[in-house]
Design a protein around this ligand. Structure first.
Ligand code: GDD
Ligand code: MN
Length: 365
């Protein structure tokens, strides 16, 4: 008798109480005859008690269990934990909300059993799966894919896919280099693989379906997350990524500062000092909010904390402004060229602003 192919299926869940039983039952139907399999649900202590459904309904299944993580959130880290728990060499992850088409699973297992190390379910081959998406979502998704092709050297047509199979051996080779804070785990994997040649991969088309129950936790974060990844791939080895983000925000802030200054002073004829104060304050506020939602989004401040943060940010940036002034003025007095003087002043002040706000405003060590 031929041996049945083996496979571990990882299902990350957060509030999927309406979906989890349907998907597990469909997986059982799909796999029970011809495969040796296990289903690992990684649930981040969902408020809707998804974990309890798995624990109770499948108590008699030794190959189906739920790992309920406490005080931990995040899709990538859930998938990593699921893969680490898998006992078979063939591993597949998919969303637990019925958006992924289960029919291609046998094909993925087949490819994994036949020398492929990475088998990716792609929404972009035979491309009608996006036709039901609204314009904005399609644009976002395509844009994110374009910029990410740049980081991953076009290994796959769908680097943002949440549906893929991977050999445990290959996964263990890259896991230490993954940034598991976000949810773009596949993009991260292929970005690491870009510099390896010893693996074989293939894309398999499938149709991405609309969600029926529950809601997406990710839409809108797609752009930010891909931008983060690009930043860490481009600059991560040179400077702390958060510092680069802080500088990026600061540069936009400076642009806004000059535009407002110009507008108030030249167009509306306000006095120079009034225009200056307004534009400085506005750009500080702009910097604060952008840093809060992007640079320090992992420790984002909300509500009252957000207001306190803004006040602290104002204070430290104000001191930063004085530092910039003193450094530039002194260098200028020492006969440095005015561009170099002000540039060095700005660099010293940025270092001050970044470190003080990081530690005191967002409380990151
Ligand atoms: N354990 C855990 N922890 N699971 C999570 C978390 C979390 O913090 N956040 C989301 N999930 C689970 C959801 O329950 C679902 O099963 C799956 O991860 C995907 O989450 P959705 O919220 O449904 O994401 P989506 O449909 O917007 O995004 C899908 O498409 C993206 C590309 O458009 C996912 O497949 C993404 O991976 C993919 O990039
Ligand atoms: Mn989904």
């Amino acid at each position: 008798m031929v041996e049945k192919p083996k496979c571990s299926i990882v299902l990350p869940t957060y509030n999927e109480a309406n979906n989890i039983q349907i998907i597990i039952n469909e997986l059982i139907k799909l796999l029970e005859k011809n495969y040796v399999y296990e289903i690992i649900v990684i649930d981040d202590n969902s408020p809707d008690h998804t974990w309890r459904i798995v624990e109770e309904e499948y108590i008699n299944y030794q190959n189906i269990f739920c790992f309920r993580r406490i005080k931990k959130r995040g899709l990538s880290s859930a998938i990593v934990d699921g893969f680490m728990l898998s006992k078979f060499n063939n591993m597949i992850v998919l969303d637990s909300d019925l958006q992924h088409d289960l029919k291609i699973i046998p094909n993925i297992i087949d490819k994994l059993s036949n020398n492929f190390d990475l088998v990716i379910g792609s929404r972009y081959i035979n491309n009608d799966s996006m036709k039901d998406w609204n314009f904005f979502r399609r644009l976002l998704s395509q844009f994110a894919t374009k910029i990410s092709n740049f980081i991953q050297d076009s290994i796959t047509t769908d680097p943002m896919s949440g549906f893929f199979g991977i050999k445990k051996k290959l996964f263990l080779e890259v896991v230490n280099q993954l940034d598991i804070k976000g949810y773009k785990i596949l993009l991260d994997i292929v970005a690491v693989l870009k510099n390896k040649k010893n693996f074989k991969n293939i894309d398999i088309p499938y149709k991405f379906k609309e969600r029926i129950y529950g809601e997406s936790k990710l839409t809108g974060e797609i752009l930010i997350e891909s931008l983060d990844l690009i930043y860490s791939k481009l600059f991560g080895s040179i400077l702390p990524v958060n510092f680069i983000k802080f500088i990026t925000v600061g540069s936009f802030g400076a642009l806004i500062h000059f535009s407002i200054l110009f507008f108030l002073y030249k167009f509306l004829d306000y006095s120079y000092s009034f225009a200056l104060i307004c534009s400085i304050e506005f750009s500080i506020i702009f910097n604060y909010f952008l840093n809060n939602i992007w640079t320090f989004r992992f420790v984002k401040l909300f509500g009252k904390q957000n207001l306190i943060g803004l006040i602290k940010f104002n204070l430290f940036s104000g001191i930063g402004g004085i530092i910039a002034y003193l450094v530039s003025q002194n260098l200028y007095n020492l006969d440095f060229n005015w561009v170099i003087s002000s540039l060095l002043g700005a660099i010293v002040a940025s270092l001050w602003n970044y470190n003080l706000n990081k530690i005191m405003t967002w409380r990151v060590n």
